[in-house]
Design a protein around this ligand. Structure first.
Ligand code: DWN
Ligand code: ZN
Length: 404
């Protein structure tokens, strides 16, 4: 039995995955030592927050060797252009507005605010990706965000009209200190919005590979509303996003705002219907996950036994959970193709599958490819028309194993 990181109430277990390496801990040699932790996910019956039972220290995950770069997907580049346009609309009537983004990564969103000459600051603890943003001329504070960071920012820039973050809030264990920081940083009439993978989509698709060390929390409207209340804020709107396998954007304001959109009410009913707030309702999720893993491994083994080579596409953080929990290693997957320079010629955490450059995949065209970056399926299938026309087949696995 654990203790809720938000409200200190006793948590209840949803599912355990056993020992797991760091999701982005790509290694240079298979003999490298690997840190492992117990991957388990719990729910708090009091504040409904779904969360990891055991966590990894932030600087072990987010440091000068962080491997994920946001601009590796064209769809995501477009998505962040949309976020920048939305912000531009929100601040259009403000004089000299100021926007702060938590976890700005390589500046994929802030580059648009820079080009529109909007005062901005990215907060990014991973030095190597922060440098990519700085190289674009974006102003970046290399740090973790909390109340003391917020005080520093206010001293230097004043309070913010908009504070935002994409795929960052669910990564921060001390989420109460982030909300304390938001209360300091945000103007009284300002807006705080962020997006992360949506618990509803994870449960519906059984996409358990979203569960790994970096994702400390799996948010729903119900849990974010409770969290906001604890910090005198209000969840005023929610907007579903198709990216990353189904994400939710949450809009929060300081408590003086009383208007809550109908969308929030509708989504709360949907979440309650699906019993996302009840510990006992996750039995089906556990069964589905175990069924998919078994089916996937059997399918791959059958193809392998028939003499087929199988590659992976996208050495994602998510695949660390999928591959380790399903027991799929280099005896089944020959290599994984990826376009991220720092992942190439390394080995996947725990399973030790070699990561090869995309150019290798292009000349190799194995008969089967496991689509590990399934959240970018539309973009990748479009890009790999030639591969499929020449007979290559992709294997996907959510909500069920499919060869296409
Ligand atoms: O929340 C997080 C999300 C936003 O990004 C982080 N915790 C870490 C990371 O998760 P991920 O690694 O599971 O994200 P992606 O976007 O699913 O990773 C895609 C991988 O596939 C990248 O390594 C890039 C690669 N890729 C590729 O090789 N060719 C991606 C595309 C679209 C491609 O065409
Ligand atoms: Zn709680």
């Amino acid at each position: 039995m654990g203790k809720c990181k938000v409200c200190s109430h006793k948590t209840e277990s949803i599912m355990s995955f056993g020992k797991m390496p760091i999701a982005n801990g790509f290694i240079s040699s298979v003999s490298d030592d690997e840190f492992v932790y117990e991957l388990k996910v719990d729910i708090c019956p009091a504040c409904f927050m779904v969360q990891l039972g055991e966590t990894v220290k932030p600087d072990m995950m987010f440091n000068e060797n962080y491997h994920f770069i946001s601009s590796t997907s064209l769809v995501m580049i477009k998505h962040f252009e949309g976020v920048a346009s939305e912000i531009t609309g929100i601040i259009s009537s403000e004089k000299s507005p100021f926007v702060a983004e938590l976890g700005c990564n390589d500046g994929v969103m802030l580059q648009h605010l820079l080009s529109r000459k909007i005062r901005h600051l990215g907060v990014e603890p991973s030095k190597n990706v922060a440098q990519l943003a700085k190289n674009k001329g974006i102003e970046v504070l290399e740090d973790f965000f909390n109340s003391s960071t917020a005080e520093n920012i206010v001293r230097r820039h004043g309070q913010a009209d908009v504070v935002c973050g994409s795929n960052v809030m669910c990564h921060i264990e001390d989420i109460n200190s982030v909300f304390d920081g938001i209360n300091i940083l945000l103007k009284d009439n300002g807006i705080f919005f962020f997006e992360d993978p949506y618990l509803f989509d994870i449960v519906k698709k059984s996409s358990f590979d979203q569960i790994y060390d970096e994702h400390v929390y799996y948010f729903s409207g119900l849990s974010i509303s409770e969290l906001a209340k604890r910090h005198s804020m209000k969840l005023v709107d929610m907007a579903h996003q198709d990216v990353h396998g189904g994400s939710m954007r949450y809009y929060l304001k300081k408590d003086n705002s009383r208007v809550i959109s109908d969308r929030v009410k509708e989504l709360f009913s949907k979440e309650k219907e699906c019993k996302l707030h009840e510990p006992d309702s996750y039995t089906k999720f556990r069964d589905n996950v175990n069924h998919i893993c078994k089916d996937l491994k059997n399918t791959l083994l059958k193809l392998k036994k028939a003499g087929n080579r199988i590659a992976g596409y996208g050495a994602t953080s998510k695949s660390t959970t999928l591959l380790n929990y399903s027991g799929i290693g280099p005896e089944i997957i020959d290599y994984i193709s990826d376009i991220t320079p720092t992942k190439i010629n390394k080995y996947t955490p725990g399973t030790h599958i070699p990561v090869k450059p995309y150019e290798f995949f292009k000349t190799d065209y194995p008969p089967y490819t496991l689509l590990l970056a399934w959240n970018h399926e539309k973009e990748i299938l479009e890009k790999e028309k030639d591969y499929r026309e020449k007979g290559g087949k992709f294997i996907t696995f959510f909500p069920e194993v499919t060869i296409k």
